[in-house]
Design a protein around this ligand. Structure first.
Ligand code: SAH
Length: 193
């Protein structure tokens, strides 16, 4: 069990997902992915909760998120960590997410429009890394930017379906990984597609 599981579950119940959706708002409580524009999707809520719990966020953690998208995953994480640094390649999506998160009073979020396969070198290292697009393999740079004792959740595999991995870096810097579940995410655009 993660340190903040109870609080995260309660926040998940309280958070209005329709605020993060462009259309289909009346279906916000349906446990399914929906389009958010630019060919991208907001994931099904049960999966976003599962990923948040698997990441085991702590109040002192600095978190890198790749794929801001609607900002829904960001909004589940932000109250439970020191800071979320979120990277998104589509500026318009990130701007909308920024407005939503600001209205919710989540001011411990930093935004970068850019390619997540570069991570965010100026802000590294990160205690936690959450990747919400499907990569063909784990980007080396993200392993480098993960702090000792850090954890990363990332979907890895072909476009047809991926393993959702929990990647753990121990205090000496050794990496181990385990499969959380099987998922289907939109592609991680670029070198790791
Ligand atoms: N976490 C989001 C899900 C977004 S879908 C949510 O809760 O709504 C995945 C997002 O990753 C998309 O917005 C897509 O544009 C973004 N993405 C894909 N490849 C990327 C890359 N190389 N760098 C940054 N963002 C990327």
């Amino acid at each position: 069990m993660g340190r903040q599981d109870e609080q995260i579950r309660r926040h998940f119940q309280d958070l209005d997902r329709s605020l993060f959706m462009e259309d289909h708002q009346e279906q916000a409580s349906v446990d399914a992915a929906f389009p958010i524009g630019h060919g991208q999707t907001i994931s099904q809520p049960s999966l976003v909760l599962q990923m948040t719990l698997a990441l085991d966020p702590g109040p002192e953690d600095r978190v890198l998120e790749i794929g801001t998208g609607s900002g829904y995953q960001t909004a589940l994480l932000a109250p439970f960590v020191r800071e979320v640094c979120t990277v998104e390649r589509i500026g318009e999506l990130q701007e909308k997410a920024r407005k939503r998160l600001k209205e919710l009073g989540m001011d411990n979020v930093r935004y970068l429009e850019g390619d997540g396969s570069l991570g965010w070198p100026q802000m590294a290292p990160f205690d936690r890394i959450m990747v919400t697009a499907a990569a063909s393999r784990i980007p080396d740079v993200l392993i480098e930017q993960l702090a000792p004792s850090g954890k990363m959740v990332i979907p890895v595999g072909p476009p047809s379906g991926q393993e959702l991995l929990l990647v753990v870096k121990d205090r000496q810097g050794s990496i181990s990984q385990s499969v959380i579940t099987y998922v289907r995410f939109v592609p991680f655009v670029g070198e790791y597609q």
